[in-house]
Write a protein that binds this ligand. Structure first.
Ligand code: SF4
Ligand code: SF4
Length: 96
């Protein structure tokens, strides 16, 4: 069985790197909470394989939230670190 870990953006501050990971399994590599996204586009620009895009939908704040195209995410975490909105992006990383 494949094991994975999660970087939760709610735990982004005041924590040790080793404590940032929580074991989970069977998740997509990235989860986006649409209603917390403010459409700044930083994650779209920063993503190396360009697997994020601005959606056509509107969230509760009237922004077009980012969405994952559904393939190609490497769980590098760059989008997580550039996102200014805590809780908007969660990354699941595989454990070797
Ligand atoms: S974790 Fe890396 S590859 Fe995946 S969406 Fe974020 S920046 Fe792109
Ligand atoms: S960096 Fe965060 S707030 Fe900005 S577009 Fe991406 S998910 Fe939305």
């Amino acid at each position: 069985m494949q094991e994975s870990v999660t970087e939760n953006s709610k735990q982004k501050r005041n924590i040790q790197v080793a404590d940032r990971f929580v074991t989970l399994a069977g998740r997509l590599p990235i989860e986006i909470e649409p209603d917390l996204c403010k459409e700044c586009g930083l994650c779209v620009e920063a993503c190396p394989p360009k697997v994020l895009r601005i959606s056509n939908n509107l969230n509760v704040m009237g922004y077009h939230p980012v969405e994952y195209i559904g393939r190609g995410c490497t769980s590098c975490g760059i989008c997580f670190y550039v996102c200014p909105e805590p809780g908007a992006i969660t990354i699941h990383k595989k454990v070797r």
